[in-house]
Design a protein around this ligand. Structure first.
Ligand code: SF4
Length: 375
């Protein structure tokens, strides 16, 4: 999922376990996952199931997945993966990393530590904690660089220069031997990204993307919408990155605000008064932040078909975008989604953004003229 591999890669070096190369998600992967998943199951489950099947066929014997206690289907993913894959005859061990805080105090901490101890050859809790912390820091730096990529690529002068710089930066950061080296490499990586030749006049607009985390983060699940928009002169600001999702709710976020703050913003909008599960209210709050503080020209919501929290979030998103007169588009994905159908709608959104920008400019000119004529 997105840059998750770059969180696990430094961790595998530190905890001494072998990590299989990030598998490519192909149409075959999706077909396999969809065939063996329950029909009504949400899209991320089908993608990840297909991924696991590919990995097990290539020789993996451990499957690592995040547990969860949220009120959406995600909490059931781990046991369902285990049951489905075992039914299909695969031999493996599933390690589920449960959240650090589920309200059971020391038991939570113990279960969390034990998952990592089972994973590699390192058993010492202090070394494990340090390895997690260091790897998390590296992944956070990578997410920061990814957020620069999503913006800079839209205004690059030479096509492909941002992707090339990004890949170099990623390699540099992922292979940092320790925290201090990672810190130095982060500065170098930022300089590499800032050195890309850009032309601000190419920018047609800036959109904020909110939605279900898997579809937002995994390019093959969202049909590479970010890259497509960048190629058409639209810069993108995402409301979530891998470390934002993996890390504690209260930790600093690459996407500026955390879930708690986003929830408070949503509450003030008079849309949802209670936490509505998954990323529902957080998405509304993030959209408010993107519109009010980062001046985006449009909000896009990406969600998988049958996703419960994001289906609810749509209502709130429609209300907050309408109040600010900002275009809002939502794209729903399932295993039958095809690029051709989506591209037409993405093009429509770009037209809307351009028309809105033009309207604004004309309005400003008219206002200036009115003031001048009075003088
Ligand atoms: S957030 Fe939506 S798509 Fe993701 S696991 Fe929950 S219900 Fe499924």
């Amino acid at each position: 999922m997105g840059t998750l591999y770059w969180l696990l890669y430094p961790l595998s070096k530190r905890l001494k376990f072998e990590l299989q190369e990030q598998p490519k998600i192909t149409q075959k992967t999706v077909k396999k996952g969809s065939l063996h998943a329950e029909e009504g199951m949400c899209l991320p489950f089908k993608y990840v199931l297909g991924n696991f099947m590919d990995a097990l066929e290539k020789g993996a014997n451990i499957v690592l997945f995040a547990g969860g206690i949220g009120p959406c289907r995600f909490g059931y993913y781990s046991p369902l993966f285990e049951a489905t894959l075992k039914d299909l005859g695969y031999l493996f061990r599933l390690i589920s990393i449960e959240p650090w805080f589920t309200g059971r105090g020391f038991i939570d901490k113990y279960r969390f530590w034990r998952s990592f101890a089972k994973l590699g050859r390192v058993k010492n809790p202090i070394r494990i904690a340090w390895a997690i912390w260091e790897s998390f820091y590296i992944a956070q730096c990578i997410d920061e660089i990814t957020s620069m990529l999503n913006y800079t690529r839209a205004i690059e002068v030479k096509k492909g220069s941002t992707n090339r710089a990004y890949r170099k930066a990623l390699d540099l950061l992922a292979n940092s031997k320790h925290y201090w080296q990672a810190k130095r490499n982060f500065e170098t990586a930022k300089e590499m990204m800032a050195a890309i030749k850009t032309d601000a006049s190419k920018l047609k607009g800036v959109v904020g993307i909110v939605g279900e985390f898997y579809v937002v983060l995994e390019p093959s699940a969202n049909m590479r919408i970010i890259e497509w928009l960048n190629d058409h002169g639209i810069a993108v600001i995402c409301s979530i990155f891998v470390t934002d999702w993996v890390g504690p709710d209260t930790s600093p976020k690459v996407a500026h605000i955390n879930k708690i703050k986003a929830h408070e913003l949503a509450k003030k909008e008079d849309t949802f008064h209670r936490w509505c599960g998954g990323d529902c209210t957080a998405n509304v709050g993030h959209a408010v932040y993107l519109m009010d503080h980062l001046n985006v020209d449009a909000i896009i919501q990406l969600l998988p078909f049958t996703c419960m929290p994001d289906t609810m979030a749509t209502v709130g998103l429609m209300a907050v975008t309408e109040k600010r007169d900002i275009p809002f588009a939502r794209y729903i994905y399932d295993e039958h989604s095809a690029l051709a159908g989506l591209e037409t709608r993405w093009e429509g959104l770009i037209d809307t953004i351009e028309m809105k920008r033009l309207d604004k400019e004309l309005h400003e000119i008219a206002q200036r003229e009115a003031v001048r004529s009075k003088v």
